[in-house]
Design a protein around this ligand. Structure first.
Ligand SMILES: Cc1ncc(C[n+]2csc(CCOP(=O)(O)OP(=O)(O)O)c2C)c(N)n1
Ligand SMILES: [Mg+2]
Length: 890
């Protein structure tokens, strides 16, 4: 029984009555034990609640392990062999970074993250991480990005990489394959599944991955398995709003398939994470407050003995007096310092460790380096039901790296001194000759040694190696274009928007008996903006607990329908969370072997510029799907003004190599793009995704012109030829601005006798990418006949200047200027938006029909094809104010 409670002094200024209560409580602790005492407090709190007395309960617990020693189960593995394996991995991880930097100074790499994480990963690899569950995929692991050398080193010991591969760490462009700096499925598609190195992205994606797993299970698209999502997170990484911002989702959704392990090494890049506080306490409060199961792994087993011997309660008191800055110094400065500064504060504590040497004190382990403590935490976490678990594991940054250990500069340490390498080899008993050790030579014992046999056997029991990414060829037949005939046929004069057109195509796809169930519509509280009410009624909103209430609009046809197997992911107002869902759904073809097709619909302004880094990681993950940027266009999105009017999302999208971007004007263009997208991504298995803008302006949708399919997909086609004779001007339009261009074509012909062809440019980005690729080929093959970019093939034989207008910045069309020398004049929407209607917005940004006409005659004057005085007159007729403010700077 715990007796130390009686020895802890009671605050002197308490009243006698309070003192009596404390005494009674102490007696209970002594007589019945701490669990009973805790139970009593909980009962009292419940009693107070019933009486309407608000007694807040604390979110943090004492600075001790959550699992007391007497509740631990014994370690099931061979500790000696596991230690040996871990030492070898530590060596190879360190050697590959150290060796590489000796060879190629400045190439970088990190050793201190893995050194703190090694045991946390090894216990998982030896006992918890399943590579498969029968014929089903296994657990998912989001590794701390900077720990990748350790993950590679393990794969090397397992025989998955040879020496050459290891020696090409961060040398990806050599004759032999290398290893990428961090987890990048794009660069190592057979190995990594989840990109994590941009801080905050891993934990956020992990939460939504676990949620999406439940979604697939609840919709019967995958089998239920005990599969877990493990996310290893840096304590510094929790500074990112992305890391903590969605933890409420995990508890709300009761994600007991999710385990966060936070590597609390107390440091980030520059210095301590919370020098003046304790990060473990802070995170405990945050996660418990959010409804997570929290397991703290603070102290290693050797501290248990000290706790047992301490009958004063002073050990815990002293621990709670110290902040993380102190704890860092205790590790950085060694045993004598610890004795003096930590234990030395109270004579009773000094006495407690009087029989220990300084060396022994320095070796007092933290919980995150103790396999028994970690095993017990993982066991509890994986058995816990009804919610997510976070393990707060206290570790040492740079553990085992001698002079680098727990130093502020640890993170940036790439090379060790010769002395440190020698010490490392000795400490971890690595049989490498000193000279080779200094060069960072990898070492792998032969396959028949006990340690390698053990390592292989453990992985075999757990279903194979990890991490591993594979893509099984799935039988997928994309619908042909005639499947979309309702939309390629035009709207028969009815005025609709491309958004409405899209929603009706989406509903059609949702009904499809083959692929309907694979469609995953995602919205961040914008369903009504896009007219999704009918789809909500049709397939329901996913709600893991169904609909527990009777919706007020239940009597209406389009009521708010939530279902356990609902299909729409209504994410609430979180573009980052929605993007994480998009990522889980867009990579399910590999992760779950289920080719779900996500359509994420959002305000285009709150897309790439808000979640750009997530989109980049999506591409890295080889994600597929459709990003549908709605209410797009700086002048088409009326009324809402500066923060809402998007005139640049296509430019941002163009920065992502695997993102195909389209700005369709008409619903038939949209249908063609969607049809081809599903075919390319899911039937052909191409690793790309789509960004398509859609608008809320209503107009009659024409029928698809004959022969336009290729042009729509490649980026340009002639939409309406000049009415009379050969055109002397070419007009480019995109999105709803194409309608302005068509109007301009008429004005030019009717009023000024200028004949123009009108082209729909569906993708400046695709045209440029094609032109760049052809140009490169031509550059590299100067003696072979030149090839012609698609843009120039399409424009072959056309005459005169090109006036290009879109609802985006001028940079969009300007991307094509290298191939259209002295022909191209661009109009666009550079500058901040305004709240007004379309007519005024388009006049302000100079993308209305009149501005297109004015730009045309102006260019013709410069080219000597139009009279200057007539042009001035035309400006006046068109209402073009030549002295008005430049919208780009307004
Ligand atoms: C979004 C982002 N910002 C900054 C960085 C640069 N960076 C890399 S590691 C690191 C510190 C990481 O500290 P922590 O999360 O505590 O991990 P540890 O290495 O200590 O385990 C920083 C700031 C990054 N990778 N991503
Ligand atoms: Mg850290």
């Amino acid at each position: 029984m715990d007796t130390k409670v009686a020895a802890i002094p009671v605050q002197a200024d308490f009243t006698d009555e309070v003192k009596e209560w404390i005494e009674a409580f102490d007696e209970l602790v002594v007589a019945e034990g701490p669990e009973q005492a805790a139970e009593l407090l909980s009962v009292l709190r419940q009693r107070a609640r019933e009486a309407g007395i608000s007694a807040t309960s604390e979110l943090t617990t004492p600075y001790l392990n959550t699992i007391p020693q007497h509740e631990e189960v014994p370690y099931p593995g061979d500790r000696a062999l596991e230690r040996r394996v871990e030492s070898l991995i530590r060596w190879n991880a360190m050697a590959m970074v150290h060796g590489q930097n000796k060879k190629d100074a400045g190439i970088g790499g990190h050793i201190s993250t893995y050194s703190s994480l090694a045991t946390l990963l090894e216990v998982g690899f030896n006992h918890f991480f399943h590579a498969s569950y029968g014929d089903q995929p296994g657990d998912f692991i989001y590794f701390q990005g900077h720990a990748s050398p350790g993950v590679y080193a393990r794969a090397y010991l397992e025989g998955r990489f040879d020496d050459d591969r290891l020696l090409n760490f961060r040398h990806e462009l050599r004759d032999k394959p290398g290893l990428s700096s961090y987890p990048h499925p794009w660069l190592m598609p057979d190995f990594w599944r989840f990109p994590t190195v941009s801080m905050g992205i891993g934990p956020l994606n992990a939460i939504y991955q676990a949620r999406f797993m439940r979604y697939l299970e609840n919709r019967n698209l995958i089998e239920k398995t005990p599969r877990k999502v493990w996310a290893f997170v840096g304590d510094g990484e929790t500074d990112e709003v992305d890391t903590l911002g969605a933890i409420g989702v995990a508890s709300r959704e009761k994600l007991d398939n999710l385990v966060f392990v936070i590597n609390c090494n107390l440091q980030r890049l520059d210095g301590p994470v919370r020098g003046n506080k304790r990060i473990v306490d802070e995170l405990e409060g945050v996660f418990r407050g959010a409804g997570w199961n929290v397991i703290k792994v603070i102290w290693g087993s050797d501290w248990d003995k000290l706790f047992e011997r301490d009958h004063t309660g002073l050990l815990l008191k002293r621990m709670e007096e110290c902040v993380d800055g102190d704890y860092q110094a205790f590790k950085a400065k060694g045993g004598a310092y610890l004795r003096k500064e930590f234990f030395g504060k109270y004579p009773e504590l000094l006495e407690l460790v009087s029989d220990m040497t300084d060396e022994e004190l320095a070796k007092l382990h933290r919980g995150g380096h103790d396999p028994v403590k970690i095993y017990n935490a993982y066991k509890r976490a994986t058995e816990y039901q009804g919610g997510p678990t976070v393990i707060l594991a206290k570790t040492v940054k740079g553990y085992g790296l001698g002079s680098t250990e727990a130093r502020n500069a640890s993170h940036q340490e790439k090379k060790l001194t010769d002395d440190s390498v020698t010490a490392f080899v000795k400490r971890f008993d690595i049989p490498v000759p000193e000279e080779l050790a200094k060069q960072g030579k990898p070492f792998r014992p032969s396959a028949d040694t006990p340690e390698i046999k053990y390592l292989q056997e453990r992985r075999s029991v757990l279903g194979g190696y990890m991490p591993k990414r594979d893509v099984v060829k799935l039988d997928f037949k994309a619908p042909e274009l005639d499947y979309y005939s309702e939309w390629t046929g035009g709207s028969k004069g009815r005025e609709v928007s491309t958004t409405m057109g899209f929603v009706s195509i989406l509903r059609h796809l949702l009904k499809d008996p083959e692929i309907g169930k694979l469609i995953v519509p995602i919205v961040p509280d914008e369903g009504r903006t896009f007219g999704l009410e009918s789809a909500i009624r049709q397939v329901g909103i996913y709600a893991s607990e169904g609909q527990k209430y009777k919706p007020h609009d239940v009597d209406m046809l389009l009521y708010y329908r939530e279902e356990k197997d609902g299909q729409i992911l209504e994410e609430g107002i979180t573009e980052a969370g929605s993007m994480a869902s998009f990522t889980a759904a867009g990579t399910a073809y590999s992760n779950y072997r289920v080719p779900t097709i996500p359509f994420y619909m959002y305000y285009s302004m709150f897309g790439f510029q808000r979640i750009g880094d997530m989109a980049w990681a999506f591409a890295d993950s080889r994600g597929k799907g459709f990003l549908m940027g709605g209410t797009a266009g700086r002048t088409t999105m009326l009324g809402e003004g500066l923060q809402h009017q998007d005139g640049h999302s296509h430019l941002l999208a163009s920065t992502i190599p695997t993102c195909a971007t389209y700005d369709p004007a008409y619903v038939y263009e949209l249908a063609v793009i969607l049809q081809d997208g599903i075919r390319r991504m899911y039937q052909n298995g191409e690793d790309l995704f789509y960004y398509i803008t859609m608008y809320n302006e209503d107009y009659a949708m024409p029928e698809m012109p004959e022969g336009s399919r290729e042009g729509i997909l490649r980026g340009i086609y002639k939409f309406r030829a000049a009415k009379k004779g050969k055109a002397t001007v070419q007009l480019f339009g995109s999105g709803p601005i194409l309608n302005e261009v068509v109007k301009a074509q008429d004005i030019l012909a009717d009023k000024y006798g200028v004949q123009a062809d009108v082209w729909s440019v569906t993708s400046y980005n695709e045209l440029r990418r094609d032109a760049l690729a052809i140009e490169r080929w031509n550059r590299l093959h100067p003696s072979e006949p030149e090839k012609t970019p698609y843009l120039l093939q399409a424009l072959q034989g056309t005459k005169g200047p090109i006036i290009a207008a879109s609802d985006y910045m001028k940079t969009m069309p300007d991307q094509l200027s290298p191939w259209l020398p002295s022909r191209l004049v661009t109009l666009g929407t550079d500058g901040f938006g305004r709240s007004d209607n379309r007519e005024h917005l388009r006049r302000h940004f100079e993308v209305n029909a009149e501005s297109v006409v004015a730009a045309t005659v102006s260019k013709l004057v410069r080219d000597g094809k139009f009279d200057g005085v007539k042009a001035q007159k035309a400006f006046a007729e068109l209402g073009v104010d030549t002295e008005k403010i430049d919208p780009a700077r307004a």
